[in-house]
Design a binder for this molecule. Structure first.
Ligand code: ADP
Ligand code: MG
Length: 377
């Protein structure tokens, strides 16, 4: 199968795979770069919601952004830390702030923490050292142990994972990070530490925000929102009174319906209606546009290339140029749909021995199977 197309398999059937490159959405990158640079000029914490329907590429935009932040291609002039996380795990956590804290540590990961640890141990600046003394000493000790032979207990402690008393003794810390309150306290202390080390911002890329509505029960969903609000408010207040703290920047991906309707009505239903005006005011939103014809062509071509048997100069074969604007249109430029429809067309063309898949062939196939005017999957 598929040899006639010089393909090892159908490249559009698979979910995302390591050897399919990410398509760089240049316009989106530019816009986000602009937003983030604007955020760096503000003293206060910031939030931006990236809105888009299922399958439009929100997760990919966040992952691409993370990559560019880490490579210094975005915000390269600023010292920042960034991380990607999902708002919920498959099994929703009961203590949300604790989850937010431990996920922050987990996702920053040992590599970032080793760097911080080194910076702490290498700190010679007197005023900064004095400020470090005012930070919670459990946190400072544990951070300083990362990258030493006491890394393992220190890492458990910092992540808020279960830890034995004997292990705590080894790194000389007193109280575990198990409750929401303690996690919130340590979170703030961590942000102050980042400021001492010269970090301008901690950038949290938070995916699948719409899932908070599927968390078990409205109360729990509300708890999640309140956790974000608390972190935002607290840092905002501290900055407001001139305390030195590294400001968090939240970039949140969500479906538009949940953002505009679901969350407000959730807040009303649990008596948090008063939060909403605040919530809305502090956010900027950025709506993802569908893929352009050109982005669709790059998506399809890169996948073909990853599954070629022999290298070829005809990068788009068996498709023809008029296929791309066509498939973009019928799938509304939503890459997940584009991939599914393209997989289907390729499969039928393969079965029927159609050699070149142009617009007309594709249209006939999709019409025959009633797949052409779908707005919903
Ligand atoms: N920039 C991109 N580069 C390559 N593939 C992409 C890109 N954006 C989306 N896709 C494809 O579309 C699918 C849906 O994208 P995803 O980011 O998961 O959407 P969302 O998070 O909005 O539901 C992905 O599995 C991937 O195959
Ligand atoms: Mg996603």
């Amino acid at each position: 199968m598929y040899e006639q197309f010089n393909l090892r398999s159908n490249p559009f059937l698979e979910d995302f795979h390591e050897d399919f490159p990410m398509i760089d959405r240049e316009e989106v990158s530019r816009d986000l770069d602009f937003f983030l640079n604007g955020f760096m000029k503000q003293a206060s914490p910031q939030m931006l919601a990236i809105l888009g329907d299922y399958g439009i590429g929100k997760t990919f935009v966040l992952l691409q952004l993370l990559k560019k932040l880490k490579e210094g291609k975005i915000l390269g002039d600023f010292k920042t830390l960034s991380l990607y996380m999902k708002v919920l795990t498959p099994k929703p956590p009961t203590k949300y702030f604790h989850y937010l804290y431990s996920e922050t540590m987990n996702r920053l990961g040992l590599s970032s923490l080793r760097l911080l640890s080194k910076e702490i141990r290498g700190l010679r600046n007197k005023p900064r050292l004095a400020r470090l003394q005012e930070i919670d000493q459990d946190l400072v000790k544990a951070l300083s142990c990362i990258g030493t032979d006491l890394e393992s207990p220190a890492w458990s402690f910092l992540r808020g994972a279960p830890i034995l008393a004997s292990q705590m003794k080894k790194i000389n810390v007193d109280s575990k990070i198990t409750t929401d309150e303690r996690a919130e306290f340590i979170y703030i202390e961590f942000l102050k530490t980042l400021d001492i080390l010269g970090y301008k911002s901690l950038i949290l890329l938070i995916d699948e925000f719409e899932y908070i509505l599927t968390a078990t029960g409205a109360k729990r969903s509300a708890q999640i929102i309140v956790s974000f609000k608390d972190l935002f408010d607290k840092t905002n207040e501290m900055i407001g009174v001139g305390e030195n703290i590294c400001k968090p920047v939240f970039i949140i991906a969500c479906t538009p319906g949940v953002w505009r309707e679901g969350i407000p009505s959730l807040m009303n239903s649990v008596g948090l209606g008063g939060i909403y005006p605040f919530w809305e005011r502090i956010y900027s939103t950025y709506t993802l546009k569908p893929f352009s014809d050109d982005e669709t062509r790059r998506l399809v071509t890169s996948r073909l290339q990853a599954r070629r048997i022999k290298t070829t100069n005809d990068a788009i074969s068996p498709f023809t140029h008029d296929f791309f604007p066509f498939i973009t249109k019928v799938t509304q430029g939503i890459p997940r749909r584009t991939l599914r429809r393209t997989a289907f067309v390729l499969d039928i063309a393969d079965q029927r021995g159609i050699e070149r898949i142009n617009r007309d062939e594709a249209e006939n196939i999709l019409k025959e199977f009633n797949l052409i005017k779908t707005n919903k999957e």
